[in-house]
Design a protein around this ligand. Sequence first.
Ligand SMILES: Nc1ncnc2c1ncn2[C@@H]1O[C@H](COP(=O)(O)OP(=O)(O)OP(=O)(O)O)[C@@H](O)[C@H]1O
Length: 305
Amino acid sequence: MTTDTTTKDATPGATPAETVLDARGVTMRFGGLTAVRNVNLTVNSGEIVGLIGPNGAGKTTFFNCLTGLYIPTEGEVRYKGQVLPPKSFKVTAAGIARTFQNIRLFANMTVLENVLVGRHTRTKEGLWSALLRGPGFHKAEAASRARAMELLEFVGLAEKAELLSRNLPYGEQRKLEIARALASEPGLLLLDEPTAGMNPQETRATEELVFAIRDKGIAVLVIEHDMRFIFNLCDRVAVLVQGEKLVEGDSATVQGDERVVAAYLGEPFEDAPGQDEVAEVEAAEANAEPTKDTAPGAPGKENDR
Ligand SMILES: Nc1ncnc2c1ncn2[C@@H]1O[C@H](COP(=O)(O)OP(=O)(O)OP(=O)(O)O)[C@@H](O)[C@H]1O
């Protein structure tokens, strides 16, 4: 496997892994269609796990079962040993955050406000406190803003805090979604196609961002169709085909599995980037102007949802 990233290996002497996510026998039926069938999957602390498979394989449905959007027809999902309640906000409060395949930002709110919305499960100030706006409220609000700015700094959007989110270019909207998810202080982050629509340079930056998130002690489960991204990034990869887990293993095992090649990859995966792609990334990096604000009116394709 080819990767220039040095952060993939776990830190020597790190504390033993804890099972963060434990999904057992998860099945989801929609009428006569079984979208997910008897899937077991664990994610341990310190891990980045990939979930791949053809279109319609059940990946997003499985994510929805993990996050309380769907109540699985059968099976159980535990987070750090506790069975998760079947409500999204309770799952978020328990410690699982996610991003969506189709960007779901508040288009007419600023970048900072979008992150502040993500903090609501972690703020203790209630309705009365907010209405009365006493000293407790102002202190909590200042702390929330400081944390939100820290997260924007972390994803590289601090300078754009006051822009409307709809005025960010597509790749930055995806980063903002990640910052908003991190605002709930999760122990596990689920990313649904985080590089969809990105150019190779943005994809590479996202790879680095996911490593940095893992290095902060947050486990990551990621759905993605970009196989170079997945095989560079993940400690373990599970392959779903027609709702069932076909194979699970490290990148080399999955890439070399004939069933995965037949059902999904189509041909053995070539992990060395092609010359054209290397040239494209290098040219983009050479021309990058990090401080220049991007043109407004280039929103993500579905940011108004
Ligand atoms: N709410 C729903 N009601 C009925 N069928 C659904 C529903 N959600 C998903 N499905 C079906 O379940 C199957 C799995 O869909 P899902 O979106 O989970 O696949 P996926 O692996 O995420 O695909 P993609 O890679 O294209 O996003 C598909 O046949 C889909 O049409």
